[in-house]
Design a protein around this ligand. Structure first.
Ligand code: PEP
Ligand code: MG
Length: 849
């Protein structure tokens, strides 16, 4: 292994840098400090001390020397001249001392050659520069410089998904780019960084783009325009993530071994209760690296020289990559069948890594320098994963394990395709050392996605990991497989001796060590009841929802696409209560014309197979700007031109949409709904446009017109609005935002945004009373409708239609069936007068337990 010497004028500084580098390098790495001149407190450098440090760090692979300022270089040069008969080469590095030492330690620890260690140290500032915005991340600088002035097309894309460009959205970005005959470069807008090639997953992830950032995309070539349109569409869809919110807290527990009865707290990753003996796995990263022959496996480069010529090793690498591709594809298909498309997509990111030059180029270079294919793949994976791990973004950093996972697959592929299959694919956690058919709780530092996908549901009852978050891929897969899981439990969970009985609660995010029998009994009873509730909910998903006292509550779905509409029907929706049509418009340079809108609406209506469809007109503005319709900047966009205000200021835009709606309404059961209405005048103005659109299309069929109640003024004046509309649908997301004066995306305002706020419940009741007086019905289509305790309260307030994300439908129907109207009314009355959202929700919850 290459040794490293840190030279500084200050002994304390040299020692400090060595301590820092030791944190991330294997113990066997020779890391030596040579600071000061040997007399305490005196600054300077000494050739003698440096020479001694080089001798201590020396091995056949050589030593890299990093220095701070001025005379440090002279002293180091002198030290090298004075060295006699050293067994390996010595290289002086011009890299920055701290970053260079860390990068060199990671590379050397991974078994890199002296050339590679020196190169890594030289590149050490690139990541930081890219993050700060002063430089480029990769070796595509020349590309970028030459392409930028001659780009054929350019676009700026907003990053609007919750977690930014982490591995899966980045993989979709790269996949989209690769589908077109165009050269594409990307940079974080406003960062000043030069664009990097968008064909590399690592480059795209390393942009570190988060929600709220914008990407500057440059394209050149035959399909430059097409690729930008496709990327715009992808960005409009949150890069395939939508706009979901995720928890990511990761409290750490102490390193001490927990006492019997201790309760460890982590992050809930998959709901459900599980108990069983602990099955403790070696840390995932180390296990993956070990399987890959990477760091943690000793010294791969030194211990395992190439068996064949570089050409033969390159062939082995290619075979390993193809075998890995087949294995990943097989896992993806298996997961698609057992869990679903979204989860299977995790492996698309892994497949993209197999084509990523940022991973493959260092592997090929290592082979050219004499490494075996296995070592080259392992080293490259270890180095790239370290880049991810060091990113200043927890979500990206946790993708390091994905890179190690891919490295492990390649090595397994190389071994499996070699003539001696002695080192076939490492066993999955479910198989390793396991003759015990008992259900166990798998305890691990962190799981890789392939380990999670390989879990045997029959044997693994629960998962408890020290690291990771609810958004880690392994957690997503655990949820899809329905294995209760808690992540981010901290090191204490790893100190648990194998076989220790554990009780895991995936909803609360807790693990109890050696639980008392009474606790186990109580948990078993709870789990039994939960199971019964879930299976009853699924069984009754296609039955209508009736309260225990017999009143019907219509259960509809919120959708944004044809696929959503299909899911809605599968989940038992009686129709669509909210079609967010803005998804047809966002990030389109040219807005869709009447025919395109008609065709899409028809397709969605057809997916519903005769069920009613409530089409909301374009709800753009604020956080949903329309690139195809530039509007002046506003100081407070949430209080600016958004929702129906956009349509009324752009009558042709709204009229086109109204004509499309009318054309489909002539053949399918459609209703129309207006967003963000604050006054009757807005409804009257829209009706006029509607009548004109009728004349233009010749459609005479009836069309019910409703409004969203999401501005407090609409609720407070619902008596004045009711004569103008056929129904009200309450948008509790915005109604809460405007009532509490708390921007809905601002996580720092959490208590104000918690639901259901008593003030919002008061506005809902006001609306219901006004609607009843005029013979109108009231629905709720905000997120509140999909929360079982809140759904019960809404029924108690007189709401008769609830529209929600499709997957929530079975549980909501089930919750409503267990509650009578009188009970719901009484609970709602109390909730109206509660002093907090939490207290209000408790009143609904009490009816469900
Ligand atoms: C709402 O505001 O509650 C609503 C359903 O509309 P959106 O979330 O699309 O703003
Ligand atoms: Mg809204």
């Amino acid at each position: 292994m290459v040794g490293i010497v840190v030279v500084s004028h200050s002994d304390a500084l040299a020692q400090g840098v060595v301590t820092l580098a030791r944190e991330i390098s294997p113990p066997e790495l020779m890391l030596e400090a040579a600071g000061g001149i040997g007399e305490e407190g005196i600054l300077g450098t000494s050739a003698e001390l440096i020479g001694a440090a080089i001798a201590r760090a020396m091995s056949a692979e050589g030593v890299l020397v990093l220095m701070d300022l001025g005379s440090a270089l002279m002293s180091a040069e002198l030290a090298v001249e004075l060295l006699e008969g050293a067994p390996g080469p010595v290289r002086l590095s011009a890299a920055p001392l701290v970053e260079g030492a860390i990068a060199a330690a990671v590379a050397a620890g991974g078994g890199a050659t002296l050339d590679e260690v020196a190169a890594e140290a030289d590149r050490a500032l690139e990541m930081k520069s890219a993050q700060v915005g002063t430089d480029d991340v990769s070796a595509t600088k020349m590309d970028a410089a030459s392409l930028e002035p001659t780009a054929d097309a350019e676009a700026e894309l907003a990053v609007e998904n919750e977690v930014g460009l982490h591995a899966r959205p980045a993989a979709r970005f790269v996949e989209t780019v690769r589908r077109f005959d165009a050269e594409v470069l990307v940079a974080k807008a406003g960062s000043g960084a030069r664009p990097v090639s968008a064909r590399s997953l690592t480059n795209v992830v390393a942009l570190g783009a988060r929600r709220g950032d914008s990407l500057r995309v440059l394209a050149r070539g035959r399909q430059a325009g097409e690729v930008l349109v496709a990327l715009r569409e992808l960005a409009a869809d949150g890069f395939g993530d939508g706009l979901a919110t995720h928890a990511s807290a990761s409290p750490m527990n102490s390193r001490a071994a927990p006492e019997p009865g201790a309760e460890l707290r982590g992050v809930p990753a998959c709901a459900g209760l599980a108990d069983g003996p602990a099955r403790v796995l070696a840390p995932a990263a180390a296990a993956a690296a070990r399987a890959a022959g990477g760091p943690g496996a000793g010294s791969p480069a030194a211990g395992c020289p190439a068996a064949g010529s570089p050409d033969q090793e390159l062939e082995s690498l290619e075979r390993g990559i193809e075998a890995a591709r087949a294995a990943i594809t097989a896992d993806r298909e298996r997961l698609r069948a057992t869990a679903g498309d979204d989860e299977a997509e995790i492996f698309d990111a892994h497949l993209a890594l197999l084509d990523d030059e940022a991973l493959l180029a260092p592997a090929r270079r290592a082979i050219a320098a004499g490494a075996s294919a296995e070592d080259a793949a392992a080293q490259a994976a270890a180095q790239v994963s370290e880049i991810y791990r060091r990113l200043d973004n927890p979500l990206l950093a946790e993708r390091a394990v994905d890179v190690l996972d891919v490295g492990r697959r390649i090595v397994a592929g190389i071994n499996a395709t070699a003539s001696s299959a002695a080192n076939a694919k490492p066993p999955s956690p479910a198989q390793e050392n396991d003759n015990d058919s008992h259900s166990q709780i798998l305890v691990a530092d962190e799981l890789t996605p392939s380990e999670a996908a390989g879990l045997d549901r029959e044997r693994i009852a629960g998962i408890a990991t020290a690291r990771g978050s609810a958004t880690a891929h392994a957690a997503i897969i655990a949820r899809a497989l329905g294995i209760p899981a808690v992540v981010g439990l901290g090191d204490a969970i790893l100190a648990i001796p194998p076989g220790t009985p554990l009780l895991l609660d995936g909803s609360a995010g807790t693990v109890v060590v050696s639980p008392e029998p009474e606790l186990l009994d109580a948990a078993a009873r709870r789990e039994h009841a939960n199971r019964a509730r879930r299976s009853a909910a699924t069984a009754g998903a296609h039955e209508p929802a009736e309260l225990a006292s017999g009143e019907r509550i219509e259960i509809f779905a919120n959708v944004g696409s044809v696929a959503d509409a299909q899911t809605a029907v599968e989940q038992g929706a009686e129709g669509v209560g909210l079609l967010r049509t803005e998804f047809l418009f966002l990030d389109r340079a040219e807005l869709p014309d009447e025919d395109e809108q008609t065709a899409t609406l028809r397709e969605i209506a057809d997916a519903l197979d005769g069920r009613p469809l409530i089409v909301r007109t374009l709800d753009a503005g604020a956080d949903k700007p329309l690139p195809g319709l530039p509007m002046p900047a506003e100081a407070n966009p949430f209080l600016g031109v958004r929702g129906i205000r956009v349509g009324l200021r752009n009558p042709e835009l709204l009229s086109t949409q109204l004509r499309a709606v009318l054309r489909v309404a002539a053949e399918r059961p459609l209703k129309l709904m207006l967003p963000m209405v604050a006054s009757p005048a807005e409804v009257v103005a829209t009706r006029e446009l509607l009548e004109r659109a009728r004349a233009e299309t010749g459609v005479t069929a009836g069309l019910e017109l409703g409004i969203m109640v999401e501005v407090p003024a609409a609720a407070l004046t619902s008596t004045a609005l009711a004569p103008h509309v056929d129904f009200f649908s309450i948008g509790t997301n915005d109604l809460t935002q405007y009532t509490m004066a708390a921007e809905r995306g601002n996580a720092r305002l959490e208590p104000l945004l918690a639901e259901p706020q008593p003030a919002v419940l008061q506005l809902i009741r006001t609306t219901v009373v006004a609607a009843r007086t005029h013979g109108r019905w009231v629905g709720v289509c905000g997120e509140l409708a999909g929360d079982p305790p809140a759904a019960v309260l809404l029924a108690g307030l007189g709401v008769t239609e609830l529209s929600m994300a499709p997957r929530l439908i079975p549980e909501i129907k089930q919750a409503l069936r267990g509650v009578g109207l009188q009970q719901a009314r009484a609970a709602a009355e109390q909730a109206l007068h509660a002093t907090s959202a939490e207290q209000a929700r408790e009143h609904g919850l009490a009816l469900l337990s």
